[in-house]
Design a protein around this ligand. Sequence first.
Ligand SMILES: NC(=O)c1ccc[n+]([C@@H]2O[C@H](COP(=O)([O-])OP(=O)(O)OC[C@H]3O[C@@H](n4cnc5c(N)ncnc54)[C@H](O)[C@@H]3O)[C@@H](O)[C@H]2O)c1
Length: 307
Amino acid sequence: MVAAVCRSFDRVRGRREAVATVAGKAAIPRAMKEFTDRVAAITGAGSGMGRTLALALARRGCHLALSDIDERGLAETAAQLQGARVKVTTQRVDVADREAVYAWADQVVRDHGKANLIFNNAGVGLGATVEGMRQEDFEWLMNINFWGVVHGTRAFLPHLKASGEGHVVNTSSVFGLIGVPSQSAYNAAKFAVRGFTESLRQELDILRCGVSATSVHPGGIKTNIARSGRIDPSIASLGADPNSANLKFEKNFITSAEAAAEAILRGVAKNKRRVLVGPDALVIDFMARLLPSLYQRLTVAVARKNI
Ligand SMILES: NC(=O)c1ccc[n+]([C@@H]2O[C@H](COP(=O)([O-])OP(=O)(O)OC[C@H]3O[C@@H](n4cnc5c(N)ncnc54)[C@H](O)[C@@H]3O)[C@@H](O)[C@H]2O)c1
């Protein structure tokens, strides 16, 4: 059997991706090239990239099941979708609440008849040192940014398989590629999302079950994430001002949430394993490959100038 395995190369836009083939048949699930008449569920759809993903998918004729912990933001997204010729359902869901996520997944299938895509997008920010971080803040972030993704993936997976054509889209970050000071909890969650999704993708490829998975790594995207995040006073020891850290961080946001959504959907349509969003994400990915541990000396040198 092993002898029957050969390799072919997908040359979409000149990029090569090794694809195992068995007896001439593609061993990976078919890429979801079309979103029309599919059903997409999105967590954190009340703001930022969750909202722009919803709008971009609606323009492609994709039906939407939207959730967020913030009902006001969710209602605003729904209002912006008025007139779209797709079915839109909304529900308040806290992704940290495992039972609520599973109940929502079942509800989506009852409302829409199927689920093809789950975008595990909801996320929060936290700036704190490892030593000074409050345990409850660490757990708050992990419960949303890591466990929320796990719950969403596992709750929807049976439904995606049943649809015959599914895709799990998990939002990590460039901070799932490199670690930086004051972001240990966020780094831990986003590295974990990347590892979880890369493992899932390979399992799905082996199973050839019609479902695929993509890990998304945005750079700085112009959304509310910095303003709504928590900042711990402990970051002052690293030379950062806890009162202005969020606004300062926001200055690094160079890509619009609209452009980010388009990049993510292009990546899903190409069945990419990893989607880098924004020019800064490309640079950081390159740096992580070129200087896999030396990059830390650079960030330390920059940070020490502020102390
Ligand atoms: N903006 C960036 O620069 C950037 C960079 C890399 C990764 N990301 C990731 O992108 C994803 C989307 O974030 P965004 O930038 O659009 O931020 P955002 O703050 O604009 O949107 C995040 C949404 O998640 C929701 N949310 C928060 N906690 C929740 C919970 N417990 N249950 C359900 N929903 C919850 C919020 O209410 C909000 O609507 C996040 O996972 C974030 O970590 C963002």
